[in-house]
Design a binder for this molecule. Structure first.
Ligand code: UT7
Length: 368
């Protein structure tokens, strides 16, 4: 039997920090409200494009695995905030790491894109189609944020992480997963402005209006993730007590706590970093996994449970067996270009670019 072991991991967080205090200078909100409702204290705002974030994370993951980019056979890029739809993001990474002619495709299930990518890449390794893969979860939400809407502007951040998967005869990597979607609730999270529908109505790329029903998403998130956790553990004849570390999607500390309670995993065995980065969509789980490893919270042979939810509304949970090695083989020297700009200034410049392209477009009612 062939498994898909995780042999490399790497993250890339842009350096500019946007604090709750920065946000309360821009919006009618407060540090108290944001911390008490979400647990978030700060998030990162990127000064570079999505490909750059994804590339640095990928280069670090390859070094951790001790593999050259040229040996990679498959690249899966999970995101909903593409630099371009065509060509896709994965082909850009393929070129940057020198992996030609590796297969390269993007996956968009919003915040669950990395975990869905982990499923498809693991399946292609297990069935012998490829012998290794690079799976990336990277997101550049800030250019698509409606910075005038306090309901959403306080919740999200930018970031990226990647893992390398390799075929293995040992029982490692994803052991079971549950994937699902509440399609009838898809309108609870819609970013109007991201897509051809709006471009054809004269909306300049980056101008958005968020349709967002926080409480309904919260309820479905806990329900979907808890059900998926139970389903995967039951399928493997495992119990919550067998889980060494729960590494959930990081959207809101209260969602994580409600999930942990329903999944019967005590908070001491839950990894939380939402306070530092907010919701980085598809990047949250792989960044959390990298940091759990850096902090020594993943021991050799550990059983990990990775639940996620996102737009769609998609949900999932993966049970993963870690291998023997919990430290990187090598370090990469890949770095982002330096940045001097504070996060509010990056946002201000981004808003300046979001002006309507023509008088005709200005008279349109694009979100009607
Ligand atoms: O990965 C998928 C992405 N989606 C999510 O993660 C969303 C999941 N949902 C949540 O995390 C929570 O529902 C939120 C954090 C979005 C909201 O928390 P809540 O406890 O459900 O608050 P609420 O929506 O019930 O709002 C309570 C009050 C409202 O005022 P009124 O109507 O009670 O006067 C809001 O207008 O808080 C107000 N409010 C704010 N106040 C200060 C909403 N946003 C803010 C804000 N600052 N940023």
């Amino acid at each position: 039997m062939t498994y898909a072991a995780i042999t490399g991991w790497g993250k890339c967080l842009p350096p500019a920090v946007l604090t709750n205090h920065d946000l309360s200078a821009m919006l009618d909100t407060s540090d108290d409200w944001i911390v008490s409702r979400t647990g978030i204290r700060e998030r990162r705002i990127s000064h570079v494009g999505l490909e750059e974030l994804g590339y640095v994370a990928a280069a670090r993951a390859l070094a951790a695995a001790g593999l050259a980019g040229s040996s990679i056979e498959l690249i899966v890029f999970g995101t909903c905030s593409h630099d371009d739809q065509v060509p896709n993001m994965a082909s850009g990474i393929q070129r940057r790491i020198g992996a030609e002619p590796a297969a390269a495709y993007d996956i968009n299930t919003a915040c669950t894109s990395f975990l869905y990518g982990l499923s498809t890449a693991s399946a292609l390794i297990r069935t012998g189609v490829v012998k290794n893969a690079l799976v990336i979860g990277a997101e550049l939400i800030s250019p698509f944020m409606d910075w005038s809407d306090r309901d959403v502007a306080v919740l999200f951040g930018d970031g990226a992480a990647a893992v390398v998967l390799e075929a293995s005869g040992r029982e490692e990597g994803v052991l079971a997963e549950k994937l699902g979607c509440y399609g009838e609730a898809r309108e609870t999270l819609r970013v109007q402005g991201m897509g051809g529908l709006y471009a054809n109505r004269g909306v300049l790329y980056g101008i958005t209006r968020w349709q967002f029903e926080g409480q309904e998403i919260f309820r479905r998130a806990v329900q979907g993730m808890a059900g998926a956790c139970e389903d995967t553990l039951t399928r493997l004849h495992l119990k919550p007590a067998d889980v060494d570390l729960l590494v959930p999607h990081q959207a809101n500390l209260r969602i994580i706590e409600a999930l942990a309670k329903r999944a019967h995993v005590p908070m001491e065995r839950v990894y939380v970093n939402v306070q530092r980065y907010g919701n980085m969509s598809s990047a949250t789980v792989p960044v959390a996994l990298c940091e759990a490893l850096e902090e020594g919270r993943v021991r050799p042979g550990a059983l990990l449970l990775l639940p996620g939810f996102g737009g769609g509304l998609s949900f999932c949970a993966h049970v993963l067996r870690w291998g023997e090695r919990t430290t990187p083989r090598q370090q990469s020297d890949a770095e982002l270009p330096p940045n001097e700009m504070p996060a509010p200034e990056i946002i201000r410049r981004c808003l300046e670019r979001k002006t309507r392209p023509s008088a005709a477009a200005a008279s349109a009612t694009p979100f009607a």
